[in-house]
Design a protein around this ligand. Structure first.
Ligand SMILES: Cc1cc2nc3c(=O)[nH]c(=O)nc-3n(C[C@H](O)[C@H](O)[C@H](O)COP(=O)(O)OP(=O)(O)OC[C@H]3O[C@@H](n4cnc5c(N)ncnc54)[C@H](O)[C@@H]3O)c2cc1C
Length: 560
């Protein structure tokens, strides 16, 4: 048995920031991560991070944009905390060594981003996440925080209703270990790969959300899945919103900037309306026959070679490598693609879940900062602000408690469960095939537009997949680096989450933010200005509701 006061699961930006804070507060901290820290998905963030730091900008304006972007489903107390604390966190990042772009006068530079009424996105070319993650990892090494790298969390350990540790598999050796802790912080990132394709890394499988759900922490607003307006057709790779932030256009097959059409409600902001609005407009153009081969076009040509090569270099390279398009010379075909889960483990503003000892931060949590639709560049911000807050809260909780007395029985039970999976006879089924069936069904029916028949079909498909999962064998029977086993365990998490998303989407009979029901096309504040909560039961997700916290911004019609 390994013992630490605070265990942080995940080494993306939320996890690293949480671990640093808990360590600074005096706790003995360790991180468990299934990949090397700088391979976490935070590394892929391109566009930037928001804060109201400039003269002329204000936290109230950032808060209002976030509330409006959320389609009034975001909790305004959490939003206020986040945007008020954002400036000091950006300055701290700079002091730590993040080399944010600067303008000609030497001041920190900003770019426009969707749904924002002020240019408040700080960036490092189009590799902002990478720059932040590497600097945060340096801080972690400086503080000598213990990292269990390439260890895979398989379960949370509970005692008297509280979380008192975790079970994790050392991928290199296949050894299972019991970790005892006074507090556990889940920073396990998003679940993008429940959908296929997705902009997310292959490792974004929602493990922490599924584990928390299993031990009784409800998942909130899981129907709110963001489809990003600009992803490449062949594999779903992201082309940053920073491109439109720098001035790129969206064109349909006739060469029209269709965001100017009255019907899309964004004649002012055009391409920089919030993501749900732009994705719906694109999908409508495609569905009504004004697209090109299932796509519309993103045109960067007028931005000029120099801007593209200095501020959008990575996407220039991605478009060339993947779509064989030189952004300086021709428009690139793009379409809406799965990008982000606004929902997650329900937490309060210090990251506490409903399970004592269990905290969550980053994309895995739902605080709810993003409500029905996340504004671009608010997610990196969330990882930093709420990573810090949850680290402090978990350290404080741990300081006031003793370790639980744990026997090895939990370890033996989990070992036996995994051995049983390993012993299943081959039956022709493969993990990758089931995963693909799930992801494609989700993309087909739980994407930009949804309706009852499609959602019900997905629920049925998922029931079938869950049955088949019970017999699914592991092809590789070895112990060392058995990623086949890891993928198998991830699939169980993903099937649970896919079901929660589809059932929550069936439940919300209105259209709000990213959740657009063609059979209930209007937002319905009378009945649905509330959060959905999904709790685990043997018969599938049990739905209940929570009021939205509204401090000063009353719901209004939304136009950009
Ligand atoms: C392509 C792309 C571009 C983006 N661009 C932006 C942007 O410009 N601005 C913005 O604000 N947001 C952006 N986002 C969103 C943002 O990057 C993410 O929401 C955020 O980085 C998530 O950070 P995180 O720390 O919560 O999780 P992650 O960075 O995903 O880290 C998750 C960690 O959990 C660990 N983990 C997961 N499961 C297990 C397990 N079972 N056992 C052990 N460890 C586990 C992983 O090893 C990993 O270390 C982007 C997202 C994508 C996909």
């Amino acid at each position: 048995m390994i013992t630490h006061d605070v265990l942080v699961i995940g080494a993306g930006l939320a996890g690293l920031r949480a671990a640093l804070e808990a360590q600074w507060q005096g706790a003995d901290v360790a991180i468990i991560t299934k990949v090397h820290p700088v391979r976490s998905h935070s590394n892929a963030a391109q566009g930037g991070v928001n804060a109201a730091l400039e003269a002329g900008d204000s936290w109230e304006s950032h808060a209002y944009d976030t509330v409006k972007g959320s389609d009034y489903l975001g909790d305004q107390d959490a939003i206020e905390i986040c945007v008020r604390e954002a400036p000091q966190d950006i300055v701290e990042l700079e002091n730590m060594g993040v080399i944010f772009n600067r303008d000609e006068t030497g001041k920190l530079g900003t770019r426009n981003f969707g749904g924002a009424s002020f240019a408040r996105t700080y960036f490092v070319a189009d590799i902002t996440g990478q720059a932040m993650l590497h600097v945060m990892y340096e801080q972690l090494m400086k503080e000598q925080v213990r990292v269990y790298e390439e260890w895979f969390l398989t379960d949370l350990v509970m005692e008297d209703g509280a979380c008192v540790g975790v079970l994790a598999l050392e991928i290199r050796s296949g050894r299972l270990e019991l970790f005892r802790a006074k507090a556990v912080i889940l920073c396990t990132g998003g679940l993008g790969r429940v959908f296929e394709p997705s902009t997310n890394a292959l490792i974004c499988t929602g493990d922490g959300m599924a584990l928390a759900y299993r031990v009784g922490a409800p998942l909130m607003d899981m129907e709110m899945v963001q489809y990003h307006p600009t992803t490449l057709k062949s594999n779903g790779v992201l082309i940053t919103e920073g491109a439109r932030g720098e001035g790129a256009y969206l064109l349909n097959a006739s060469g029209d900037r269709f965001m100017s059409y009255e019907r899309y409600g964004a004649t002012n902001a055009m391409e920089l309306a919030s993501r749900d609005v732009v994705s719906r407009a694109e999908q409508t153009e495609i569905d009504e026959g004004r697209g090109i081969d299932g796509c519309v076009l993103l045109d960067c040509r007028h931005l000029g070679d120099e801007l593209i090569r200095t501020k959008l270099y990575q996407i220039w390279e991605l478009a060339l490598d993947i779509a064989n398009v030189d952004l300086t010379k021709e428009p690139v075909p793009i379409r809406p693609g799965m990008h982000y889960q606004m929902g997650g483990i329900k937490t309060d503003v210090i990251g506490a879940t409903s399970v004592p000892g269990l905290y969550a931060a980053g994309e895995t949590a739902c605080i709810s900062l993003h409500g029905g639709n996340r504004l671009g560049a608010n997610s990196l911000l969330e990882t930093i602000v709420f990573g810090r807050r949850s680290g402090a809260a978990a350290a404080e909780y741990a300081a006031a408690r003793d370790f639980a007395a744990l026997s090895d029985a939990k370890l033996r039970d989990e070992d036996a469960r995994i051995q049983q999976i390993m012993d299943r006879p081959a039956n022709g089924e493969r993990t990758a095939a089931l995963r693909l069936e799930m992801g494609q069904a989700m993309d087909r029916h739980v994407g930009v537009f949804r309706d009852e028949a499609g959602l019900q079909e997905v629920v049925d498909v998922l029931q079938g997949l869950k049955e088949r999962y019970k017999q699914l064998p592991v092809e590789n029977r070895g112990k060392v680096f058995n990623l086949d086993l890891v993928f198998h365990l991830e699939l169980e998490f993903m099937l649970d989450l896919a079901e929660v998303i589809a059932v929550s989407a069936l439940d919300r009979r209105e259209s709000r933010g990213a959740h657009s029901r063609t059979d209930y096309p209007e937002r319905n504040d009378d009945e649905w200005l509330k959060h959905t909560l999904a709790a685990w039961s043997a018969d599938g997700p049990q739905m209940s509701y929570l009021p939205v916290t509204i401090t000063r911004w009353k719901p209004e019609a939304r136009a950009y």
